[in-house]
Design a binder for this molecule. Structure first.
Ligand code: NPW
Ligand code: K
Length: 515
């Protein structure tokens, strides 16, 4: 699990080490220099490094790194000082190593272009955790010139002009090939804004770990977490023990959503998938997925229960919404079931997914639990926010958190980066596993099914949501050959077993190696 922290937590953690006289900046600079060398391994003979240095400690990191590159690697490393002041200790170290510092104000367009033309790598150390996400006018031409030059950028600690806590980024900030982050992953590197600029994140251990708060600001699941979390069948498994999920999905208007959601659940390994839908929809579902247990709903049955008490007690999670109009009776009943407002047996599931059409049935009085996951995209989240008297224009992390706090449910906010705000107020999760090819009709229905299967298997809502986002993203990448070609939603469902198998197979290789 990647655990990331905000700027204040990082400053608090480094304080005792700095007070004890630990040379953190020199360690950070040495690691930065090492990564620069790594990136230059295939560069031509006598590569050159250009450091963009701010006045704060981030600038100090870059200047010391340039000095180390000169002293220890015999590389030509020079700097542009991007602020009126400079980090004096770092500047002195670079000058002592034979480097040149060019004050930005002294460079005309031609001279700047000349410096960039000779550079094989730019180190962005203008701002670190002290940076605000706005670029002063005098720095705009510098950033534009670097961007236009195409020289790869290595960001020191985090890309400059990104808020280390919120991820908010200036539009002109430089995208990095890699970010070498010091002491702790910064929350802003995992959140929308910063995450798009950071490139690969390389964490440098500075001994901060024991001083960081036990609770991270943002977490991200990795493959090892999938192996730990994903329930796998054992010798004594039965379809009931693996988890039964019931999906109230698909309508005359949107019958295909039922096929997609049911396929998502089945392909994730649910023990049994029930589908509650009109007969015509069930016919379609059964043609695609004959293992589905169909429960017809229709005009004659709308007022009654689709599932009898005994069946309900043997169902572990429900998915309500894909392909349902807001006035579908299944929406009202599903929300009432999950909100505990229905007279049902105690064993009836109180865990599940409210997606698409079902999100419209949530009002200020609806109280849910963290094992219920709401899955809005940005537009749906804004509409829900307005109904709950929440500012719809909040940045994505805050919007997700506010919706979770108002409903008690876990909120999975879809986007290029999927955010999960746990209903119990736990750390925000951020998953960046997807490909833009997933932005196509029906992929959300597949995600709802995946999530339903994981909830039915007993995973807590926040874990199920983050894991579903990861598996769905990986399946999308497989289905599109890493974003190379278009996909359709059913491809994503069909790629789930391979996505899961690939992640689990890595662990099996390790086990085999150990034997
Ligand atoms: N974590 C660790 O263990 C270690 C951390 N280390 C390093 O320290 C870094 C933090 O250093 P830092 O506190 O000096 O802040 P940093 O970001 O360099 O500059 C802040 C300055 O910039 C200015 N400023 C702000 N926004 C601006 C803007 N938009 N446009 C223009 N100016 C702006 C602001 O001025 P202000 O306007 O606020 O007066 C202030 O003067 C950290 O990221 C890491 O690299 C390592 O060395 C050791 C181990
Ligand atoms: K930086």
């Amino acid at each position: 699990m990647l655990r990331a922290h905000g700027a204040e937590a990082v400053r608090e953690a480094e304080r005792p080490l700095l007070e004890a006289g630990e040379p953190l900046m020199l360690r950070a600079a040495a690691a930065l220099a090492e990564r620069a060398v790594h990136h230059l391994r295939s560069a031509p003979f006598a590569p050159q490094v250009l450091v963009l240095a701010g006045a704060g400690s981030n600038g100090g990191d870059g200047l010391h790194a340039a000095a180390i590159l000169r002293r220890e690697h015999s590389l030509a490393a020079d700097a542009i000082t991007a602020a009126p002041r400079r980090h004096e200790e770092g500047a002195a170290a670079l000058e002592a190593a034979g480097g040149t510092l060019h004050p930005l104000a002294s460079l005309d367009e031609e001279r700047l272009a000349h410096l960039l033309c000779g550079a094989d790598l730019v180190i962005d150390s203008i701002l670190g955790i002290g940076g605000r996400p706005e670029v002063p006018a005098e720095l705009l031409p510098l950033l534009e010139a670097v961007r236009d030059s195409g020289v790869p950028v290595l960001a020191a600690d985090l890309p400059s002009f990104v808020d280390a806590t919120t991820g908010q980024a200036a539009p002109e900030a430089l995208p990095a090939r890699e970010t070498v982050t010091f002491g702790a992953v910064k929350a802003g590197l995992l959140l929308p804004g910063g995450a798009e600029l950071a490139g690969t994140v390389h964490l440098v251990d500075l001994g901060l770990e024991e001083h960081l708060p036990a609770r991270a600001a943002v977490e991200r699941l990795e493959d090892a977490d999938v192996r730990a979390l994903l329930p796998r069948p054992g010798r004594d498994s039965t379809k009931y023990r693996r988890g039964v999920v019931a999906l109230a999905v698909g309508s005359e208007q949107y019958p295909g959503a039922a096929v997609l959601a049911v396929s998502g659940a089945a392909r994730t390994g649910a023990g049994m998938v029930r589908c509650l839908a009109p007969q015509a929809v069930l016919d379609l579902v059964l043609r695609a997925r004959p293992e589905t247990v169909g429960h017809p709903v229709g005009p004659g049955r709308a007022g009654g229960r689709v599932l009898d008490d005994e069946t309900l007690a043997r169902t572990h999670a429900v998915v309500i919404g894909p392909g349902l109009p807001g006035d579908d009776p299944r929406v009202r009943r599903g929300v009432a079931l999950l909100a505990g407002q229905m007279d049902v047996p105690a064993e009836a599931p109180r865990r599940g997914v409210l997606d698409a059409g079902a999100l419209g049935a949530i009002d200020p009085g609806t109280r849910l639990c963290p094992d219920v996951v709401l899955t809005p995209h940005r537009g749906e989240a804004e509409r829900l926010a307005r109904r709950l008297d929440i500012d719809p224009d909040l940045p994505a992390p805050e919007l997700a958190r506010a919706l979770a706090a108002a409903t008690g449910a876990t909120v999975l906010l879809k986007g290029a980066i999927t955010l999960v705000a746990p209903g119990d107020g736990g750390p925000l999760r951020s998953q960046d596993d997807a490909t833009p090819q997933l932005a196509t009709a029906g992929t959300g229905d597949v995600l709802a099914g995946v999530l339903g299967a994981l909830l039915a298997a007993g995973l807590p809502g926040p874990d199920a949501a983050a894991l579903a986002a990861l598996l769905h993203g990986r399946a999308g990448r497989l289905a599109s050959r890493d974003g190379l070609h278009p996909l359709v939603a059913l491809d994503v469902a069909d790629s789930l077993p391979e996505a899961i198998g690939t992640i689990l197979a890595d662990a099996q290789d390790l086990n085999r190696g150990a034997r």
